[in-house]
Design a protein around this ligand. Structure first.
Ligand code: ZN
Length: 148
């Protein structure tokens, strides 16, 4: 990774983990799901409100490492206003990049910095936990998500 991107990566992770956006329970969520990454100890609940097929509100609460919190925070900003297929497509792209398989997130502003996670395989589950949990909430799954 270029040093410039590495700096940006650290800056965004620090900023969003210290001051997470959309943190706390939504007033009246349409659905919610819990996620757990026992490997690292990350636990979070994602709340989502859907109206006319679009995500009109999304928030999270919980505790975990800086990467899981920052990923959840950036995610809540990224998916606002999206349809469920759009959210799933974005998660697929995100997953491909953080696992180092394929793709690029260069056009996606803050999400792009998570490409850096690919250099730390042990952190991939931290970065993807919020997304797995969001998708579970959107699908109305009652079961809790675990990365194990
Ligand atoms: Zn973690």
């Amino acid at each position: 990774m270029q040093s410039e991107l590495r700096d940006l990566y650290q800056e965004v992770i620090l900023d969003h983990s210290k001051r997470p956006r959309n943190f706390g329970r939504l007033g009246e969520p349409t659905s919610e799901a819990r996620g757990n990454n026992p490997l690292c100890g990350d636990r979070l609940t994602v709340y989502v409100t859907v109206a006319d097929g679009k995500v009109t509100g999304v928030s999270f609460e919980g505790d975990g490492c800086a990467i899981s919190k920052a990923s959840a925070s950036v995610m809540t900003e990224a998916v606002a206003g999206m349809t469920m297929p759009e959210v799933k497509a974005l998660f697929e792209r995100f997953h491909g990049v953080v696992t180092g398989k394929d793709g690029s997130l260069d056009d996606l502003d803050k999400l792009a910095v998570f490409a850096g996670v690919a250099e730390f395989p042990v952190r991939v589950k931290c970065a993807t936990l919020p997304w797995h949990t969001l998708v579970a909430a959107l699908e109305g799954a009652k079961a809790a998500v675990s990365t194990e």
